[in-house]
Design a protein. Structure first.
Length: 268
């Protein structure tokens, strides 16, 4: 078990926190700072395993041909569901810069934390991609990132549509107090699975700028990367906006989202 934090009185009105006899710097003693650090670590770990499992399934299937397209779809849905349940109560379980930005726009998340979350998500994705690159004999033809099969515009429209659906579902199951919040992970994971089935063969079904940026950074493949940054952000904003149009609105939005299972953890 971790050592308990001890508070030592130095002089009248002055206290020094410590763990196991070692003094903690004052800037680290703030509960808000500690909470933010925990959230950032959760986002890094969550996004890391999102990429490790999801992109790992793509890489293994391209290299060894042993998973199949349905297997890759299931892998993406399962890893999203698992990580939401694992750390969603700590960080909100974003793992996606587009979702983070959208939550901030609709007052479910503090703007000051957006750059930190986005950085954590990109770092987690890059580390996950680097792990796969080092573990497996990945060649350029085995690229496990996202590239349009058709035109950039076709993939852009697909990314907007599937990101819209993803955020619409997230808004319904994770921010509305009338929904069964405990089922949010299942609903979101199944939405990811469905979107990959539909859009995977065409655009790669990113829905997540970090998911596309990590492999691109590791393998230096930036072709059409703008599609996977613009598409998910536009789609998630539109999805959240649409859900808020049909949300029961006799209370302010911040009160309606207060009891949502994922957002509730971010407001503590």
């Amino acid at each position: 078990m971790a050592d308990e934090i001890e508070i030592t009185k130095l002089e009248e009105g002055s206290y020094s926190p410590s763990v196991g006899g070692h003094k903690i710097p004052e800037f680290c003693a703030s509960g808000a700072v500690v909470s933010l650090i925990q959230k950032v670590i959760a986002e890094v770990i969550g996004t890391y395993f999102l990429i490790f499992a999801g992109c790992g399934a793509v890489a293994i299937n391209k290299i060894y041909g042993s998973i199949s397209f349905p297997g890759m779809c299931v892998a993406w849905g399962l890893i999203v569901m698992v990580m939401i349940y694992a750390v969603g109560h700590i960080s909100g379980g974003h793992f996606n810069p587009a979702v983070t930005i959208t939550f901030a726009i609709f007052r479910g998340f503090p703007w000051a934390q957006v750059p930190i979350y986005v950085m954590a998500q990109v770092v987690g994705s890059t580390f996950g991609s680097a792990t796969l690159y080092l573990l497996f004999p990945v060649k350029p033809k085995d690229y496990f990132g996202t590239l349009p099969v058709g035109s950039d515009i076709q993939s852009l429209v697909l990314e907007i549509i599937i990101s819209y659906l993803l955020m619409f579902v997230i808004s319904g199951v994770a921010t509305d107090d009338r929904a069964i919040g405990e089922l949010a992970g299942i609903a979101i994971g199944m939405t990811i699975l469905l979107n990959v089935v539909i859009a995977g063969p065409v655009s790669g079904a990113s829905m997540n700028p970090a998911r596309s940026l990590g492999p691109a950074i590791v393998m230096h493949q930036y072709k059409s990367i703008w599609v996977y940054i613009v598409g998910p952000i536009v789609g998630t904003i539109a999805g959240a906006f649409s859900y808020n149009l049909i949300r029961f609105t006799d209370k302010p939005l911040h009160e309606l989202t207060r009891t949502g299972s994922l957002l509730r953890s971010m407001r503590k």
